[in-house]
Design a protein around this ligand. Structure first.
Ligand code: ZN
Length: 255
């Protein structure tokens, strides 16, 4: 039996904790294996194969060795995207931590998650560099892609209760799974759509990234999407994300 060197996988550091004096336990997001917990032995030593330690939010090529019933071993990590813009601005940092929190919640060990991973890495790159007034818009874009990738895309082209496609379902109802008619609305928390909100949701959930980058959602549109995701993301997660209160909101900057 021949032993081949393990291949490097593209990975984002979701979080880490120190282990002993010089090592780290890291949680990684990957496309191929979902969420991976690994021990990086000696990673905090200068000149280590993990370049002196792994930081939250960085992306790179991870070489992992699987161990039965235990943490993987992270034998090296070659940094490819430092995302140094994130640490220089509180809004960017909070937005990135929120993205990492949702990735951690929606990824599972040993379950490939290529679409969710792509949404996360794209969001981190955008939050690192995008103009400050577009951060809130990229957070709702990420939530939309992440919800869809994890099987929670809300119904927006019909009434989620009666199934009618007449474009007149004007309440966003998390428990029903999307838009519902006033007459079909079950009990529970819901948000009434304002004129134009339906188009905002349709664009957010269907527009190509390039189109949104060329013509970003305006503040009013982002505020409408934010209001719906503020209800929907906690509903789907069955808890309120820890960092939801800190995400950038349109027209509001935290300094
Ligand atoms: Zn209906």
């Amino acid at each position: 039996m021949s032993r081949t060197a393990p291949e490097a996988v593209d990975a984002v550091v979701l979080r880490w904790v120190a282990f002993g004096e010089t090592s780290q336990i890291v949680h990684l997001a990957t496309a191929e294996r979902g969420r991976v917990a690994a021990l990086a032995k000696g990673s905090l030593r200068p000149g280590s194969a993990c370049q002196g330690g792994l930081s939250t939010g960085v992306r790179g090529a991870a070489v992992l060795r699987k161990r039965r019933g235990d943490l993987d071993l992270l034998t090296s990590f070659r940094l490819e995207h430092v995302h140094d813009g994130l640490a220089q601005d509180l809004d960017r940092w909070h937005a990135a931590l929120y993205v990492l929190e949702l990735l951690r919640a929606w990824m599972h060990p040993d379950l490939p998650a290529p679409e969710l991973y792509a949404a996360g890495t794209t969001a981190l790159a955008l939050l690192d560099r995008a103009p400050a007034d577009q951060l809130a818009g990229w957070v709702v874009w990420f939530e939309a892609r992440a919800l869809a990738a994890s099987g929670h895309r809300p119904v927006i082209d019909a009434c989620a209760a009666c199934g009618t496609h007449d474009g007149s379902a004007l309440w966003f109802h998390p428990g029903a799974g999307g838009l519902v008619h006033g007459a079909c609305r079950p009990p529970g928390e819901a948000r009434r759509l304002a004129p134009g909100d339906h188009d905002v949701l349709a664009r957010l959930y269907t527009a190509r990234l390039g189109d949104l980058a060329r013509e970003p959602l305006g503040d009013r549109a982002v505020a409408a999407a934010r209001g719906m995701h503020d209800l929907f993301v906690p509903w789907v997660l069955e808890r309120r994300p820890r960092l939801l209160a800190s995400v950038p909101r349109p027209g509001v900057t935290v300094r």
